[in-house]
Design a protein. Structure first.
Length: 119
């Protein structure tokens, strides 16, 4: 049986940067700028679904109806979320699930992998 992940998945898609890049003020500023651009792109795509659907379908060479089905049935709009304890807890829950399934032997503490203050 096929079903959607609506209401099951966290909806979190994490962005990564190396500790060296985060420590470099110029690169950190570029990372912050990039995240702002991603947020603006998400906003544009949400406000312009027909245009986004057409452009995406042409770019990845699939029927626009497939893109429309995805865009108009998403569980929530994409957006950049400021990092807080809830985001970290959600990521920890995912890591714990993988650990319980034996896919992350010994578990992992995800907290050290998060950097506050980017946005």
């Amino acid at each position: 049986m096929l079903r959607t992940a609506k209401g099951i998945l966290s909806g979190n898609y994490l962005l990564g940067a190396s500790p060296a890049a985060l420590a470099d003020p110029e690169l950190r500023a570029s990372i912050t700028d990039y995240i702002g651009r991603v947020e603006r792109a998400y906003g544009w795509a949400e406000a312009n679904k027909p245009a986004w659907s057409k452009a995406l379908a042409q770019t990845i060479q699939v029927k626009q109806s497939y893109i429309d089905d995805e865009l108009y049935h998403e569980s929530q709009p994409e957006h950049v979320t400021k990092l807080d304890s809830g985001v970290v807890a959600s990521a920890q829950s995912v890591a714990d699930t993988f650990s319980k399934a034996g896919l992350l032997p010994g578990g992992v503490d995800v907290k050290p992998y998060f950097e506050y203050g980017i946005i």
